[in-house]
Design a protein around this ligand. Structure first.
Ligand SMILES: Nc1nc2c(ncn2[C@@H]2O[C@H](COP(=O)(O)OP(=O)(O)OP(=O)(O)O)[C@@H](O)[C@H]2O)c(=O)[nH]1
Ligand SMILES: [Mg+2]
Ligand SMILES: [Zn+2]
Length: 322
């Protein structure tokens, strides 16, 4: 068994991946070479519910076979950030494993700020028990009042919110402090500036970013694969290709309300303990909505949209009796 190598997966393709040797605690040894590796066919059979058996951040055992390295086993995951694959293919698409934090990157201008995308990703992170923060980038393109309103909405829900401008190099120290010594996955729409922020923090990374001349409408992602990179200050980041529509995987509709923290407190006063805050009599969330200017309307609309979508997927609320 001396030919078994403990590794961390730093990139995953359809059939191949890249790994870095790890120490006894499973931490990547970045001073060592990144190695290409095959994935054992058996892993695909064992994980039929997944589009690919591996995620960036997975800790694996690899064996040498001739000149090749083959990933043979995946260690249990501390967590997994995943989404539902697009279209007919409703399988799970693993995105990143064993991360300390998810940074939802959102921006202003082009593309405009998207509440629904932000809320979908935050709910999925909460469901998967991954602490999330919101990074509002391109603050140089935002109107001040809009920026403050968006910030207030998410702080109220309990999320830390950072302001950055990769273009003006603002907010980068705060971002650095957040990323240092942790493993963070950056996630968000295409074109919000994920790769630009990482280049701003660590110019040596030299990540490709969208040429300003290229329009968003070309529909192409500038970053085409998820990849983990070490940070010189300590810690690692996973840069990901932007999403167009994020669909949470595995989230039962009746649990969705637990992943919108700001509705939890009012929710305790609903007449029915399993109230979905939609049209139930005696719903305290609906009462707050009717009463208040101070109601997070955009979050509530995201909640309803997502609830209906998940009910479509599950053919009901996902409760056992349905
Ligand atoms: N005005 C302004 N433009 C920015 C800022 N950050 C990034 N950009 C620009 O936005 C465009 C997209 O940036 P990227 O870093 O490629 O975005 P991304 O999120 O990595 O996109 P994908 O890789 O496609 O997911 C580029 O033209 C950047 O120069 C910012 O803070 N302000
Ligand atoms: Mg990118
Ligand atoms: Zn209710």
């Amino acid at each position: 068994m001396e030919d078994t190598l403990r590794c961390v997966v730093v990139r995953v393709d359809a059939r191949q991946c890249e790994v870095v040797p790890a120490d006894a605690c499973g931490r990547p040894l970045w001073e060592e070479e990144v190695l290409p590796a095959q994935m054992r066919g058996r892993l695909f059979e064992e994980r039929r519910e997944d589009r690919v058996p591996l995620a960036v951040g997975d800790r694996v055992r690899a064996v040498r076979e001739g000149s090749e390295l083959v990933v043979d086993a995946i260690e249990p995951r501390r967590n997994l950030f995943a989404r539902r694959a697009a279209g007919e293919d409703a399988r799970r698409q693993p995105l990143a494993a064993n991360v300390d934090r998810l940074a939802v990157v959102a921006g202003f201008g082009n593309p405009p700020f998207s509440s629904i995308t932000t809320d979908r990703i935050l709910a999925a992170a909460s469901f998967q028990d991954i602490p999330a923060v919101l990074v509002l980038n391109k603050t140089d393109l935002a109107r001040r009042r809009r920026l403050e309103a968006v910030t207030a909405t998410y702080r109220r829900a309990g999320y830390p919110v950072l302001w950055t401008s990769a273009r003006r190099r603002e907010g980068l120290e705060e971002l650095a402090a957040l990323l240092k010594d942790h493993c963070t996955v950056l996630y968000g729409l295409s074109g919000v500036g994920k790769s630009s922020l990482l280049n701003g923090l660590e110019p040596g990374l030299g990540l490709r970013t969208r040429a300003t001349s290229r329009s968003l409408k070309s529909g192409r992602h500038t970053t085409t694969f998820a990849r983990m990179y070490p940070l010189a200050m300590g810690g690692a980041v996973i840069d990901t290709p932007g999403v167009r529509v994020f669909r949470p995987w595995g989230l039962p509709p009746h649990e969705l309300r637990l992943h919108f923290p700001e509705f939890r407190e009012a929710g305790r006063r609903c007449r029915f303990p399993d109230c979905l805050h939609r049209e139930e009599p005696g719903c305290a969330v609906l009462a707050a909505r009717e009463a208040g200017e101070d109601f997070p309307e955009s979050r509530y609309r995201s909640y309803l949209e997502l609830l209906e979508e998940l009910e479509g997927v599950y053919g009901g609320t996902g409760r056992k009796e349905d």
